[in-house]
Design a protein around this ligand. Structure first.
Ligand code: BES
Ligand code: MN
Ligand code: ZN
Length: 509
């Protein structure tokens, strides 16, 4: 059972716990005072006598209440410095609260948001969003029968108690649409590669999105061969699972496309369902993590779900290239020269630099068929990105300053951190081949590997197109929990894309 969050003006006092929040150095709110009174001064007692609870940001103190109290537990949540509170900080506090409730095996709680303490009641939306984001679990494959007490960390219900409950619950609807998209992206990344391969993935996309009003078109390998997608197909040819290209269209705008009007926003994702490296085989240790190599495509699919769920008034096309990169007798080789959809020939020097081949065809296709107003691609493209920025920031390359600004603002607003990386014609040159149009490894080798990879992609972007490339190699997958993101597939990018579209590319009526 997943976490349900509800909003109510009044408490029902039928939950296990009451959550009270405190700002550092500020007087407590009414709810705390009321509960304190009902408990003959017990809350004051904790606040005065606790050696550890300082109301620091995200700090939780959980105490059992005496028999006869309206709740079994009181949960004291620190919100830190009131002046430093922002939506992103509220989400983090909500996330840490969720982890503390799970650790204490609390299943239901009422969360008092005092209007005299939390003046900006909209923060309740973000506290709730943080709770929900952190509550995600991937347990589809936990099949062994388990007793309820062996599954203790199931937080099932949080009732937010606040005066402005109608507005906040409306605002939460939008957050919830976004979170559903994030959860789908996380699920897709966490799926094992024997279950999620190009064909099953394409079918899953259709099953998820079609009922929501998204048009979904699937191209199989035979169709792609006719279309001339030689780069994408080369990557997939070593696998028994044949490649797919999936095109998703959400038209939240009224009427038909008018000549001269900007085309759709295009989102393009790398969907390598498993990256062994191919003939340029990766080392065995840690190879299992390469099931996350479809994280870019998962972000695109998740964002399409969010847009459709909240009926975004935007026109968006999503394209994902789905392949498995395997070594076999049929696999492509280093030294092969393939012809891409754009017509440019590519000399393959390393079959492990496969993501750029998949993207080359997906990018060329979306430009030729949809004439988009802008393109954002997301890809777990280079290990070098992890070396550069670790797991906190997503390196983002952009040909267009306005597009970059919109991405940066959406990143700051959602807490999905981005850092601008340089695009330089020098790195485009680095990828020119002596015997074909381009090559998939830089002439200079591994130096600036993320930048030369971007330089390769740039060869497939038409002049004047606003394009951003987000290398999510470090941010799509984490091995330790973060405040709003439990470990493994993160769903990185969904919130940023949804926000960027909401703020900049929706039609006004
Ligand atoms: N999928 C990998 C990049 C990657 C590595 C993502 C680690 C997440 C974690 C990509 O296909 C790859 O193998 N890139 C090579 C490129 C090189 C051969 C030019 C790399 O980064 O080593
Ligand atoms: Mn690779
Ligand atoms: Zn890869």
């Amino acid at each position: 059972m997943s976490l349900t969050i509800t909003f109510s003006k009044n408490p029902e006092k039928n939950t296990e716990a009451a959550i009270l929040c405190f700002y550092q150095g500020r007087e407590q709110g009414t709810a705390a005072k009321v509960l304190n009174y009902a408990l003959s001064g017990f809350v004051d007692h904790i606040l005065l006598k606790s050696k550890t609870f300082k109301a620091k940001h995200g700090q939780c103190e959980i105490v059992m209440l005496p028999d006869g109290a309206p709740y079994t537990y009181a949960v004291l949540l620190g919100l830190g410095d009131a002046d430093a509170m922002t939506p992103v900080e509220a989400e983090k506090a909500g996330g840490k609260l969720c982890a503390a409730l799970q650790a204490a095996q609390i299943r239901s709680a009422e969360f008092y948001i005092d209007s005299d303490l939390v003046k900006d009641q909209d923060l309740a939306v973000h506290l709730a969003a943080g709770l929900k984001l952190r509550s995600y679990k991937f347990d589809l494959y936990k099949k062994a029968p388990m007793k309820a007490e062996d599954r203790p960390d199931r937080l099932e219900l949080v009732r937010m108690v606040l005066s402005d409950c109608d507005k906040v619950s409306n605002d939460y609807f939008v957050q919830n649409a976004m979170i559903e998209g994030v959860f789908l992206a996380r699920d897709l990344v966490n799926e094992p590669p024997n279950e999620l391969y190009p064909d099953s993935y394409a079918k899953r996309i259709k099953a998820e999105l079609k009922p929501l009003g998204v048009d979904v078109e699937i191209f199989d390998d035979k169709k792609m061969k006719k279309m001339g997608m030689g780069a994408l197909l080369a990557v997939g040819q070593g696998s028994d699972f044949s490649a797919r290209l999936v095109v998703m269209r959400w038209r939240g705008v009224s009427g038909k496309t008018v000549a001269g009007e900007p085309g759709p926003v295009a989102l393009v994702g790398k969907g390598v369902t498993f990256d062994t490296g191919g003939i340029s085989l990766k080392p065995g240790a840690g190879m299992d993590e390469m099931k996350m190599d479809m994280g870019g495509s998962a972000a695109v699919v998740g964002a399409m779900k969010s847009l459709a769920l909240r009926k975004s008034k935007a026109d968006v096309v999503g394209v994902v290239g789905l392949v498995e990169n395997m070594p076999s007798a049929r696999a492509y080789r280093p030294a092969d020269i393939v012809t891409s959809y754009a017509g440019k020939t590519i000399e393959v020097l390393n079959t492990d630099a496969e993501g750029r081949l998949v993207l080359a065809d997906a990018l060329a296709y979306v430009q030729q068929v949809y004439k988009p107003r802008l393109i954002v691609d997301l890809a777990t493209l280079t290990g070098a990105m992890i070396v550069a920025l670790g797991h906190e920031f997503c390196g983002t390359f952009a040909t267009d300053d306005v597009l970059w600004d919109n991405i940066a603002r959406a990143g700051a607003a959602t807490g999905e951190k981005v850092w601008r990386m340089p695009l330089d014609p020098l790195w485009k040159e680095e990828m020119e081949s002596a015997i074909a149009d381009v090559q998939n490894m830089a002439k200079s080798g591994r130096d600036a590997g993320s930048c030369t990879a971007a330089g390769f992609l740039w060869h497939f972007i038409e002049d004047g197109t606003a394009w951003a490339h987000m290398d999510i190699a470090g941010t799509a997958w984490i091995k330790a929990d973060k405040p709003v993101t439990p470990k493994y597939g993160t769903g990185f990018g969904v919130r940023l894309l949804d926000r960027m579209i909401a703020e900049n590319y929706e039609q006004e009526f």
